[in-house]
Design a protein around this ligand. Structure first.
Ligand code: HMG
Ligand code: MG
Length: 294
């Protein structure tokens, strides 16, 4: 494939839904996404159920998919790591943020404190031969403090480069970034790490996610997080909407001759099933257009 798409719908897409979605519905959603050709999927979060109740069945879900190589789950602390190891996945996703106000609201820890938590967990992941992803949220804007400078994000990255991290996912958590800011960050990151380690995670609150992904592709990035039907949002980022819709990125790429390996019709079938269940209208323009056309 020319591009890697990490489907985060089952985690980022569903974590903010207040109505509890039964386990079998989540599992059939994930299977439907796999059937469409998606291989990299983030399916759960071993976080506190007091903080994010929707993710409370992550252990059962992860156990069902641990025979696949590219299934991810979020881990915030030792308790989450123990569950991750029990689930026997091969890809762990730690998460922190460039803004400490967001870090405190999201995990009750500053960036520096999260490093202390992650240091031993990273060693455990290495021993387990897991691939390690690190999210850096608020890589452009913080929902509480506003603009986050590229300089600040690069400082955070420099601290994290002391650890053996395979991939960094840079989150436009609130979906406010535009092309020039994306260019600025990616050019700065390229001086610090190989481009193959950079993954972009755009939320689509202001409708900028696809143009930001297009700019990232132009700059050489080949890895993106998306969510089927544009589901989602972070419970600790008020006002933020869902991720870049997987359908929109797939349509864009395939029409540029960039192969994704994903069947758009099967993807729409999978996301329609969960949209129907949630009684929600898709925020993917591409999906809406294809459905309207019949
Ligand atoms: P805390 O309250 O400081 O932790 O939360 P604590 O150790 O005091 O624990 C509080 C309670 O939770 C205790 O239960 C613990 O046992 C339990 P009690 O004793 O009161 O009955 N607990 C756990 N239970 C299950 N699994 C665990 C766990 N840990 C503690 N792992 C903590 C600290 C990190 C746990 C909490 O803040 C938390 O879970 N935060 C997660 C928030 C979250 O999931 N946010 C969304 C994901 S991040 C995101 O969406 C952004 C991203 O998409 C990128 C982007 O868009 O930018 C990735
Ligand atoms: Mg997110």
């Amino acid at each position: 494939m020319d591009i890697k798409i990490v489907e985060v719908g089952p985690r980022d897409g569903l974590q903010n839904v207040s109505q509890f979605i039964p386990l079998d519905k989540k599992i059939s959603f994930i299977k439907g996404l796999q059937k469409s050709g998606l291989t990299h999927l983030e399916v759960g979060a071993f976080v506190s159920p007091k903080w994010v109740p929707q993710m409370r069945d992550s252990l059962e879900i992860c156990k069902q998919f641990n025979q696949y190589d590219n299934i991810l789950a979020l881990v915030p602390n030792q308790r989450g790591m123990d569950q991750y190891l029990e689930a026997q996945l091969k890809n762990v996703a730690f998460f922190t943020a460039a803004s400490d106000t967001f870090n405190l609201k999201n995990t009750n820890k500053t960036f520096k404190d999260s490093l202390k938590v992650y240091e031993p967990l990273i060693q455990q992941a290495i021993l387990d031969k897991s691939k390690i992803r690190m999210y850096i949220s608020t890589a452009f804007y913080c929902p509480f403090d506003g603009k986050v400078s590229t300089k600040k994000v690069l400082e955070v990255v420099e601290d994290l480069l002391a650890f053996e991290i395979d991939e960094f996912s840079f989150g436009d958590t609130v979906g406010l970034a535009t092309s020039n800011e994306v260019t600025d960050l990616i050019n700065g990151l390229k001086k610090l790490m190989d481009i193959s380690k950079i993954n972009m995670h755009f939320h689509d609150t202001y409708g900028m996610a696809l143009s930001n992904a297009a700019k990232s592709i132009e700059l050489g990035v080949r890895s993106f997080d998306t969510s089927a039907s544009g589901l989602g949002g972070c419970p600790y980022a008020p006002g933020a909407s869902g991720n870049l819709a997987t359908e929109d990125l797939v349509y864009f790429c395939e029409n540029q001759g960039i192969q994704t390996g994903i069947d758009l019709d099967l993807l729409i079938e999978a996301s329609q099933d969960i949209d129907n269940f949630l009684n929600r209208e898709s925020s993917s323009k591409v999906k809406q257009a294809i459905i309207n056309k019949g």
